[in-house]
Design a protein around this ligand. Structure first.
Ligand code: 5GP
Ligand code: MG
Length: 177
């Protein structure tokens, strides 16, 4: 698996150090109040697990499955909600966590949906944000790392379902695609 990675973009130590900072920032921004965290599966699984264990406060975790990529390299533009039931967010302050902000369509659709379902406030956090023009009008409130516009895997991000368990973020070599 490691041999398929052409270059490491963000290594394990950098990620772990940055998560310390993000957790502190979040603690400061949501003082005291009960927080509902919505984790977008499967990409944000690893990021959320490491980040939320750095936050010694009361919070609840819900997961949402959304699809936009369908396993390939390019977003198809349509965001679908895959769960039969969505978490009850009425009157709640919500933090949505995703792996990466690319076109922005996923976060836009999720934020709109949660606000439409009655959330009091929705903020967003991503491990990675690609430098590009977003198709949807959205930026994340918390960003781990800003990266160039290239396809990455690892630390939750996959290519055809694989590479999510790499402890770092890297670029997949041509031969593996
Ligand atoms: P957006 O809706 O912002 O275009 O895309 C968000 C979703 O697309 C992410 O949650 C992620 O699943 C997928 N995605 C976008 N860019 C990449 C990438 O470089 N690598 C991988 N593995 N997934 C990506
Ligand atoms: Mg995803």
């Amino acid at each position: 698996m490691e041999n398929d990675i052409e270059k490491v973009l963000v290594d394990e130590q950098e990620i772990q150090r940055r998560l310390d900072g993000m957790a502190l920032e979040l603690e400061g921004d949501f003082p005291g109040e009960p927080l509902l965290v919505v984790v977008l599966l499967k990409g944000a699984l690893v990021f959320a697990a490491d980040l939320l264990r750095r936050m010694p406060r009361m919070l609840e975790i819900e997961c949402l499955s959304v699809a936009s990529y369908h396993g390939g390299l390019d977003s198809c533009g349509v965001v679908s909600f895959l769960d039969r039931e969505l978490p009850d967010v009425r009157g709640r302050r919500v933090l949505v966590l995703d792996d990466i902000l690319d076109t922005g369509r996923t976060l836009r659709a999720v934020v709109d949906r949660l606000l439409g379902d009655g959330a009091l406030e929705v903020r967003t956090g991503v491990l990675l944000a690609k430098a590009k023009r977003r198709a949807a009008d959205v930026e994340a409130n918390y960003v781990g790392f800003h990266i160039a516009d290239e396809f990455v895997v690892g630390y939750g991000l996959d290519y055809r379902g694989r590479y999510r368990n790499l402890p770092y973020v890297g670029v997949l070599g041509r031969a593996a695609r």
